[in-house]
Design a protein around this ligand. Structure first.
Ligand SMILES: [Zn+2]
Length: 333
């Protein structure tokens, strides 16, 4: 009897997996609840950030859309197949290239962002593209060399992620058109569907000057964009440390069952706490540097604390320190 029960459980689990088993080279789909899916970046693929798909019943919403139109086209297909609807809404959580470059694939949808994010995309993207065109071939060569020489399996995986990042950028030069959001969110936007409602809101500054999150109040699922990185150093260069920590403390109060980060695996409030601790740690180094009157060169010798040794994006650690230090002493422009 017990054997039959186990068999049935395994059988039905297999059935439910196959129902949502969308194949892409760029991401894997994780079903979080009925009608709610996370698209999690796959190493070597051209997604880079994570994304979300929500079936509202009569409408479908996608949260963030990757760095390349190739990965974004897969995301659109996944959203349509999983929900049976066209995509009606796309959200740009913030202006960074890996979250917005798929916009052109969703040109039939309403593309939602804050006004500041839309303006930042318009200001930053032309400059960013110019710079990327200058460096991308060199970055691909350097990363391939690192892959050939790397002996640590975890670091090798990260090099492969960066190779996907640079290759996606290079490929995107072929067809990328900067596509700006066409629906602006001020503070909050509640979207009612026939099966579920979602709340989009911003508390302003955090990871960037303007970050939007998506909250499903019944399912208790939060899509946090880059306000949360899991097992990865966050990029603090465009961020505001105090506002970011306050934002995270507010998000923690939601009591989410699942939190989909901008990068890394799905987390909970524990990962929010770790992110706050990371920002506090950087803050602590910067305050000590000011008290001890350290030079930037001395600050650059800071070793990554043990707690973050295995985190990806270790290349962000020193710039995070230096830029935060420059901001603190009013030297950053
Ligand atoms: Zn970002």
């Amino acid at each position: 009897m017990k054997t039959i029960k186990i068999f049935l459980i395994v059988f039905f689990n297999l059935l439910s997996v196959s129902a949502q088993d969308f194949k892409s080279d760029h991401f894997t789909i994780q079903k979080l609840s009925e009608g709610v899916f996370a698209a999690i970046h796959k190493t070597g693929g051209y997604a880079i950030c994570n994304a979300g798909i929500v079936n509202l019943g009569d409408q479908t919403l996608v949260f963030d859309c990757f760095i390349s139109s190739t990965a974004a086209a897969d995301l659109k297909k996944a959203a349509e197949e999983l929900t049976g609807n066209k995509v009606n809404y796309l959200v740009n959580s913030h202006f960074h290239n890996d979250h917005i470059r798929g916009n052109q694939v969703f040109s039939e949808a309403e593309i939602i962002s804050t006004e500041r994010t839309r303006n930042l995309i318009a200001e930053v993207e032309p400059e960013e593209l110019k710079w990327e065109a200058e460096v991308v071939n060199d970055r691909i060569d350097t990363t391939l060399k690192r892959i050939a020489e790397e002996t640590d399996p975890a670091k090798l995986e990260e090099h492969k992620m960066w190779l996907g990042y640079y290759k996606a950028i290079k490929e995107s030069f072929l067809d990328y058109n900067i596509t700006l959001p066409n629906k602006l969110l001020k503070d909050t936007l509640l979207i009612h569907g026939t099966e579920r409602n979602i709340l989009l809101f911003t508390k302003g500054k955090g990871h960037t000057e303007s970050d939007i999150v998506l909250w499903l109040p019944i399912e208790k699922i939060l899509f946090a964009g880059d306000l949360l990185f899991v097992d990865c150093h966050p990029w603090l260069g465009d961020g505001f440390m105090n506002e970011w920590m306050n934002y995270l403390k507010d998000l923690r109060k939601l009591g989410a069952a699942f939190i989909v980060p901008g990068h890394g695996v799905i987390g909970t409030n524990n990962e929010i706490d770790r992110m706050i601790n990371y920002i506090q740690t950087i803050n602590g180094f910067v305050e000590d540097a000011v008290i001890q009157n350290l030079t930037e060169e001395q600050l650059k010798l800071t070793e990554i604390p043990k707690a973050y040794e295995t985190w990806w994006f270790s290349r962000f650690f020193i710039p995070n320190l230096v830029i935060s230090y420059q901001k603190k002493i009013g030297k950053y422009h």
